[in-house]
Design a protein around this ligand. Structure first.
Ligand SMILES: Nc1ncnc2c1ncn2[C@@H]1O[C@H](COP(=O)(O)OP(=O)(O)OP(=O)(O)O)[C@@H](O)[C@H]1O
Ligand SMILES: Cc1ncc(C[n+]2csc(CCOP(=O)(O)O)c2C)c(N)n1
Ligand SMILES: [Mg+2]
Length: 337
């Protein structure tokens, strides 16, 4: 599909901006938005064969995931969602129907969360890539939650369950191996966590209101993301591996591949749950707020004096060797001269 045609399709699919603050959306040289006092901005990319493979994802799943993972960063700030800007790098080999379904995936999720797609870009490319810039808002910078607010003695909590996306990725990469014994609905639920993550937007706002002192979303895996939070806060996080809330089926998938389920959950990434710290005296408030949003919360550790993250397994052994996903970590092939 040609660039103009695709932009028109996106504009039609989105309809006129529903949010009255968006004064100009798709169609001019730039969007024009009436700002609230504080603007929160994040950008995220999803790239073919790095974040997904075309053989395993539907176009709508790719569109959904691109926006969901971007919105997850606004959730982790405790920001109200506003607008999203969608940059598409599209290979000519993709069918017209593919682009249509991809846009459906983005716009369906945007509508569900009241997000306005206010602009974007379309370019030719050899690999499919989506870069989504999201903008959130706050009345006051003190209402937001940063990575650097964890203090000694506070508790460490996590929303939802962990390891589902990692387990689904394992299932995907062992497509042709002997099948892992898992009920079909459980397998589907794991896959959905990988392909259609839910940004914890409401939970992020509730955590901000109920006293979270620091927060980060779990994209690269607890092992890496907790380390980021610890580093930014100048503290050490003590995490009990046995306390991690494993998603249903993670134990079975890990066992079938000879892995410890808790380690998979701490290192595989893409759970898009929220990791946060909170003072003991506000724990009940957090529990109540998240219960009202039907979101499980699990206390997985404590903030201590020191640096980095220490994991303790069920037998009390310290594990400092766990790492999450990091781009560029796999040694690159030597460049040709
Ligand atoms: N290429 C870049 N140029 C400038 N700043 C960057 C760049 N990449 C990342 N950052 C900034 O570094 C900080 C951490 O970014 P990072 O991408 O690690 O965030 P994350 O939420 O942990 O990861 P992700 O959302 O990609 O899973 C953010 O402030 C981000 O804006
Ligand atoms: C085909 C394929 N290969 C590898 C992975 C695993 N993976 C890719 S990016 C990422 C972390 C989050 O990304 P980012 O840091 O860019 O936000 C993880 C765990 C995958 N999902 N699909
Ligand atoms: Mg993040």
């Amino acid at each position: 599909m040609r660039e103009r045609q695709l932009i028109e399709l996106i504009a039609r699919r989105c309809g006129p901006p529903r949010d009255r603050r968006v004064l100009r959306g798709i169609g001019d040289d730039a969007a024009v938005v009436a700002a609230k006092p504080v603007c929160v901005i994040s950008t995220d990319s999803l790239v073919e064969d790095v974040h997904f493979t075309l053989s395993h994802y539907t176009p709508a799943e790719i569109g959904h995931k691109a926006l969901a993972t971007a919105l997850s960063d606004l959730a982790a700030m405790g920001a109200e969602v506003g607008e999203a800007y969608l940059a598409l790098a599209l290979p000519g080999r993709l069918r017209e129907e593919f682009s249509r379904e991809l846009i459906d995936g983005v716009v369906d999720l945007a509508e569900n969360h009241g997000v306005t797609i206010a602009g974007g870009d379309v370019v030719d490319s050899s690999a499919l890539a989506l870069t989504v810039t999201v903008v959130g808002w706050a009345e006051n910078p003190e209402r937001l939650v940063y990575r650097d607010g964890a203090r000694q003695g506070q508790r460490v909590g996590v929303t939802g369950t962990l390891g589902a996306a990692g387990a689904a990725l394992l299932l995907e990469s062992y497509d042709h191996e002997p099948p892992i014994p898992l009920a079909a609905d459980q397998r589907r639920a794991l896959e959905q966590r990988l392909k259609r993550p839910r940004p914890r937007l409401r939970e992020g706002l509730l955590l901000a209101e109920s006293g979270a002192s620091a927060m980060i979303d779990l994209s690269d895996g607890l092992a890496s993301d907790a380390r980021q939070l610890a580093q930014r806060s100048g503290v050490r996080l003590h995490i009990d591996l046995a306390a991690l809330p494993l998603a249903a089926g993670v134990r079975e998938v890990a066992a079938a591949r000879g892995l410890a389920a808790e380690e998979l959950a701490a290192t595989a990434g893409e759970d898009y749950e929220l990791l946060f710290t909170v003072d003991d005296r506000r724990v009940a408030e957090v529990e109540q707020a998240l219960a009202a949003a039907d979101c499980p919360v699990t206390w997985v550790g404590a903030v201590e004096v020191g640096t980095g993250v220490v994991f303790f397994d069920a037998s009390g052994h310290c594990r400092c060797d766990l790492h999450g996903f990091e781009h560029g970590r796999v040694a690159a092939k030597p460049e040709r001269d």
